[in-house]
Design a protein around this ligand. Structure first.
Ligand code: BGP
Length: 468
């Protein structure tokens, strides 16, 4: 049995514009929802951008992308996943014509990737709906969002399709059920949002995603369009059949999103759920036809698994957007995300069995507090905990490959420290590169290679053969 990963396996890292670019009003950009979310999803948005929002400056990637990409190239990245900030290209979101200066930035970024041998993987919408669309339309609750998104996606395909083959329509599209503002640009507070409006927004996003897939394939049938979902396997808390069923139900809430993307229609269990909620969706004649444009691959983030229980008295814990009942057998990160490398093998196998589409692990990583120390005269972080997490999860990818699963690539979340999506902290660090910036906004923004930098470089250099 060979240890190496398949030839051409894409190795790299993933980021999102709002979490690292900064320059939030530069070259014609207007605010996105992120610019009024200084506490992430932990607190309601502010009326206007406030100076305590670390995302306004991010890690200044907008001005430092060349040297940051040099660091990624030094690690041997063959892929780099980033998002386009919608509000750079269509600052309000409902304009007729795009902002040329915004497009020009991504021209430069794409060329900088290509010249360093990195395949760009672009997320079209990563939790950064233009603020105007959230405020004036209530985000994806409004059907007109489909047309705005189509225009935006078409603009990107027409401009970049000659250089960019891999595209993801929406980051973690299933997160809208749990974080409606973050993932759906929905201004109505979650507690006040009716199931009808929430699921109508889900429908609009799914139609928009399928429509973007159609547009992309019309422009160039060779383009690879993927959906992107949070993968969070749910284990029954006990062997009681009722817990097994509860776990299945929990997983299905998420799986439904990729089911629609892969099969082109709503699954029966999802329609039943709508009926039980008393939700009758407003579906236009052409919507069901549009949904038939299925994706070329399924991409996902994987950070943790959860448990499920039929007992309503069992309380959920913290975790990536959705959370779940804690698993008594697993350790947790400082932020309560449970660490479960085997879960990645389970997800890869389950997804492959379910849809038979190629898979792409586009996010995986460990958020931790790092300490900058001096070793052999240079500043670094001795992050053995991150190396351990990385290695264990990559071993699971290798096992899945051996199981016969078609996996195209692996992009670690936040190869350089970025602002956290859920908490808007910088102290929740994922990077192989340390950025000198603190939660209070102080710091020089200098970059330092961590110990994990060399570890990932060695793994990539050996095409995964030396994982142990
Ligand atoms: C995913 C998001 C990312 C990213 C990651 C880590 O849900 O797609 O944007 O931030 O989680 O989460 P956090 O930053 O909250 O630690």
């Amino acid at each position: 049995m060979t240890n190496a990963f398949p030839e051409g396996f894409l190795w790299g890292g993933a980021v999102a514009a709002n979490q690292l670019e900064g320059a939030y009003l530069e070259d014609g950009k207007l605010p996105s929802i992120q610019d009024v979310m200084p506490k992430g999803i932990a607190a309601p948005p502010t009326e206007e951008p406030t100076p305590d929002n670390l995302k306004l400056e991010g890690i200044d990637f907008y001005h430092r992308y060349e040297s940051d990409l040099d660091l990624f190239a030094e690690m041997g990245f063959t892929a780099f996943r980033f998002s386009v900030a919608w509000s750079r290209v269509f600052p309000r979101g409902d304009e007729e014509a795009p902002n040329e200066a915004g497009l020009a930035f991504y021209d430069r970024l794409i060329d900088a990737c290509l010249s360093r041998g990195m395949t760009p993987v672009i997320t079209i919408s990563h939790y950064e709906t233009p603020l105007h669309l959230a405020r004036a339309y209530n985000g994806w609750v409004d059907r007109r969002m489909i047309a705005f998104y189509e225009r935006y996606a078409r603009t990107l395909f027409e401009r970049f399709a000659d250089r960019v083959e891999y595209w993801l329509t929406f980051n973690e599209i299933n997160a809208v059920l749990h974080a409606p503002l973050l993932a759906g640009g929905i201004w109505t507070p979650k507690e006040e949002l009716s199931p009808r409006d929430l699921y109508q927004a889900v429908h609009h996003e799914l139609v928009a995603s399928a429509s973007a897939t159609r547009i992309a394939h019309e422009i160039d049938p060779e383009l690879k369009i993927g959906c992107m979902v949070i993968a969070s396997p749910a284990y029954p808390l006990t062997p009681a059949p009722s817990d097994v069923w509860a776990a299945k139900q929990l997983e299905r809430d998420s799986l439904a999103f990729a089911d629609v993307h892969c099969r082109g229609a709503y699954p029966g269990f999802f329609l039943r759920k709508l009926r039980e909620l008393g939700v009758e969706l407003d579906v236009a004649d052409e919507d069901l036809e549009t949904l038939r444009h299925t994706v070329d691959f399924v991409s996902f983030s994987y950070y943790m698994s959860v448990c499920a229980s039929a007992d309503p008295g069992v309380r959920a814990g913290r975790g990536n957007i959705m959370g779940g009942v804690p698993n008594p057998t697993l350790p947790s990160s400082e932020w309560g995300w449970q660490i479960d490398p085997v879960g990645l093998r389970i997800v890869l196998n389950d997804f492959w069995d379910r849809w038979g589409k190629p898979l792409f692990v586009v996010e995986n990583g460990l958020g931790a507090r790092d300490e900058l120390v001096e070793v052999d005269g240079r500043l670094t972080v001795v992050d053995d905990y991150r190396i351990e997490y990385l290695t264990a999860h990559l071993k699971s990818v290798r096992e899945a490959l051996r199981d016969g699963v078609d996996v195209w690539g692996y992009t670690w979340w936040g190869p350089i420290d970025v602002v956290s999506a859920s908490t808007a902290q910088l102290s929740k660090r994922y990077g192989f590169v340390y950025v000198d910036r603190n939660d209070d906004g102080t710091g020089t923004l200098e970059r330092y290679r961590k110990k994990s930098f060399d570890a990932y470089r060695a793994i990539i250099a050996g095409n995964g053969a030396d994982l142990g």
